[in-house]
Ligand binder design. Sequence first.
Ligand SMILES: Cc1ncc(COP(=O)(O)O)c(C=O)c1O
Length: 318
Amino acid sequence: MPELVRFDDVLSVRQVIAGKLHYTPVFGSDILGRRMGARLLLKAECLQKTGSFKPRGVLNKLRSLSTEERARGLITVSAGNHAQALAWGARQVGAACTVVMPAAASRSKAAAAEGYGATVILHGAIAETFAKMEQLRAERNLTLVHPFDDPQIIAGQGTVGVEIVEQVPDMTKVVVPVGGGGLIAGIALAVKRMRPTVKVYGVEPEGAASLFHSRAAGRAVRLDKIETIADGLSAPYTSELTYAMAREYVDDVVTLTDEQIVEAVRLVLAHCKLLVEPAGAAGVAALLFGKIPLAPGDTVVAVLSGGNIDLDRLKTIL
Ligand SMILES: Cc1ncc(COP(=O)(O)O)c(C=O)c1O
């Protein structure tokens, strides 16, 4: 298979983000590690600028756009974290930015995107937001910055993988939350290039398991209905690109109930003092609930991919 995104592309993004984004810390958790029977390390992307890993891909994409493409104005579709990251990045390069989010989007995510200067359009359910975005993009001749189906975005997300290998050189497994698959595609590419023996696992909510179902079907599929508390993982489809990269580099994909995800949010807060949103806790949940095979000698990294959660929702979870 021709390389869809090159590892060198991922490495080159490091210069793009240096000094602009945090090299996020990795924390160990003895308590949670003991519960799952392995050494556990948490990559705290919940502490990244804008509260998730998303600006990594965004900064790389913005760098690749021409002056004319930026000047036309940017548009995207997002449950919220990519919207915030794009709004933040667009402001830095002086580009106008429109984000289409589902009507029921997290209020704090919509407010944050607006706070960074984006025009926020709340529209329908997540599956409908993609069509709305496409309509607006065509009508207004805007430049699309796709949340996951883009080699530049994937290369940016891959920097999480490079950092993990540097921070945990003896890692044996890594667990990554999956929405449209951009994050896991980038991480898996980097990890498999740098440490081919490390196993890479994806995690999806049962109600939004597009990559899981795509792998079962042997092709990228679109879901009719999305239902999960993990709004960050609610992408309605896996793209051809992310599907193909996952097929090449990801060892397995597992699914979880919302209750399991919520329990992981509570435990990470209680024991690690880190506030993660449901999407960000999915990797820990998969490990705690025995979805990933673990041996006593394993050193496993869970990516805490985001920490943006409405306080009202947090109250109901706690
Ligand atoms: C917190 C969080 N984790 C994971 C993901 C999944 O990323 P991807 O859509 O690239 O699979 C997202 C996507 O929005 C997210 O917001």
